[in-house]
Design a protein around this ligand. Structure first.
Ligand code: SF4
Ligand code: SF4
Length: 344
């Protein structure tokens, strides 16, 4: 039997969960909306939250992260791994598009090389989804294999049914958490019907659509069309926002901070939109902007489908909302020449 929780009891619910988890919830304390450690009382995000600016990937692949400390002595370099943070994270309010992005990131971080920094945090985390009731004009999730209330990639999904949230128990982890949580009410048949109505209403609110049929093949055939890519890249100013804040982008750089023989190795977010990203001693294969813009588009819509059979874009719309020059990935995808028979 599914459960429900009154909206006025959300603070109590988060307090209960704070006893076992480091609870993160939408917050604007840093100046932009991001998942941040819940302060133990504030639930005002329930009124203002549409989606975060900083995607939830930051909780698993932080903008900057210490990988290890090192020290040089007579025997060579001594490595000291970072202290283990045993605390499990519970992300409250993740949107379905961003939960899908986490599943897409998992494919890379669990592939041939298993990234211990990412996976350690990710495996222990609980994702509590909050269905969108007010998608942005820039959102196109329903074209990208998800929807505003899609429970597929979360442990629990909450759906707004008026005074209450309907709680859908999705995974064994989610079921176990609910079984241990007191104070929840049983959802009635009427609540289930309300949740269904809310799902349908939210789905229909996503007005932006994108036809991606055949896109992988058409991009492959358009790869060497320099004129096309020059046009696509013309107004981009290579600020990197659309990649740094894309929930499925994961490029990082590694740097050592060294003072007198000891220091720390860090990794930090990087972007294929920056010309330095591919700079090598002898050459830079992506010196021109159009090559970098092509990389960004093709990585999501051509290379990722080739490697993992999924488009690495969830339609979250961040890159459209946040781009300072109104570069729009949906317009780009729609403008790719239809070169392959049967493909768009
Ligand atoms: S946000 Fe816009 S201007 Fe900045 S790199 Fe992306 S497309 Fe270019
Ligand atoms: S490419 Fe744009 S719309 Fe797609 S997941 Fe990234 S930020 Fe969201």
């Amino acid at each position: 039997m599914n459960k429900k929780v009154s909206k006025k009891d959300i603070a109590q619910l988060l307090k209960t969960w704070s006893q076992q988890f480091n609870v993160l919830a939408p917050s604007r304390d840093s100046g932009v909306a991001a998942m941040a450690e819940w302060d133990g009382k504030d639930t005002s995000f329930l009124d203002w939250y549409r989606n975060t600016v900083v995607p939830p990937k930051a909780s698993f692949l932080p903008p900057m992260e210490a990988m290890f400390r090192f020290r040089k002595d007579e025997e060579g370099y001594q490595i000291e791994p970072p202290a283990k943070n045993g605390q499990k994270q519970l992300l409250f309010g993740i949107r379905p598009c961003d939960a899908r992005a986490m599943a897409i990131l998992d494919m890379t971080f669990e592939d041939a090389y298993k990234d211990p920094y990412y996976l350690e945090k990710r495996k222990k985390a609980v994702l509590v989804g909050l269905g969108c009731t007010n998608p942005c004009e820039s959102c196109f999730c329903t074209s990208m294999g998800t929807s505003p209330t899609d429970p597929t990639n979360v442990d629990l999904m909450l759906i707004d049914i008026g005074d209450h949230f309907f709680i859908e128990e999705v995974t064994a982890k989610g079921k176990e958490l609910i079984a241990k949580t007191s104070g929840l009410k049983e959802a009635t048949k009427n609540d289930e019907a309300e949740a269904e109505k809310a799902r349908e209403t939210a789905y229909n609110k996503v007005s932006r659509k994108l036809d991606t049929e055949g896109i992988k093949d058409n991009l492959l055939e358009s790869f060497d069309d320099e004129d096309f890519w020059e046009k696509v890249a013309a107004k981009c100013i290579s600020c990197g926002i659309c990649t740094l804040l894309c929930p499925t982008c994961y490029c990082f750089d590694i740097n050592d901070e060294l003072v007198k023989g000891e220091g720390t190795r860090f990794r930090s977010w990087d972007s294929c939109g920056f010309s330095l990203y591919t700079k090598m001693p002898m050459e830079n294969p992506r010196q021109e902007k159009w090559r970098r813009v092509r990389q960004k588009v093709c990585h999501k819509y051509e290379f990722y489908p080739m490697a993992f059979d999924v488009i690495a874009c969830t339609g979250c719309g961040r890159c459209i909302r946040l781009c300072p020059v109104n570069w729009d990935i949906t317009q780009v995808i729609e403008s790719v020449p239809a070169r392959v028979k049967g493909a768009k």
